[in-house]
Design a protein around this ligand. Sequence first.
Ligand SMILES: N[C@@H](CCC[C@H](N)C(=O)O)C(=O)O
Length: 275
Amino acid sequence: MLDSIQIKMQLEFHKYQGTGNDFVMVDNRSEFFPKENIQLIAHLCDRRLGIGGDGLILLENDTIASNLATATDFKMVYYNSDGNQSSMCGNGGRCLVAFAKKLNVIENSTTFIATDGLHHATIGDDGLVSLQMIDVEEVKISPDHVFLNTGSPHHVQLVDDLENYNIKEKGAAIRYGDLYGKAGSNINFVKQIDDTTFSLRTYERGVEDETLSCGTGATAVAIAMNVLGKTDASSIDLNVEGGKLVVSFDKKDGHFTNVFLKGPAEFVFKGTIEI
Ligand SMILES: N[C@@H](CCC[C@H](N)C(=O)O)C(=O)O
């Protein structure tokens, strides 16, 4: 007698990357994807056994907005490479906008919903995707670091020798240390280059390693450096391991609004995998 019969299916995916932060994208408008299967999502993100990615993103219909007056084009559902659903991913959001254009869901301008609320985004003639991030009202300053939430939680710390810094070891020690409890945080290490430019390297929660770029992290670094008085620019260049990002904002009474994260979001390949 058969205990169970496993029915396999072909999953069509697209792979995207934004400054080296890479994602498996799935068009889930027909809601076929088994979202509760954490092991499957982790497997798809595995670089040896699966497709490989820092995360997996589902593009879905925004069923709530379609019943209300709010006009959105789609919904973003983000999972880290450990298979768990998580908070906002800035680079992933930018890549999802490029994916939505490829699917003909949008043209060059969109409003979509993610876990932290509505996001507006545009695709420029140069192909760069500019994504509006949440407003930031609270920035906690400590003697050796800054903490803020830009859609995901971020610890920001200036270090002397960024190039040789052991990001995985030092990042994990802070992420799992006493500061952030069970929820943890993403950890960014930063070096100032000039008045308007900073380099950063990020240890990402849920990937549990350094990634080549983190969009909410770059956003957090730009705002943190302004708050610390390291720059008075409202458009800041960020060098990440996988390329360059620009973060701009308006600042009034210590509140940051009209926060935009801009950079490349590129299609890598597509395929099918049996699941
Ligand atoms: N890579 C992302 C951040 C993804 C979420 C993060 N790992 C978390 O769980 O907090 C980005 O580009 O913002």
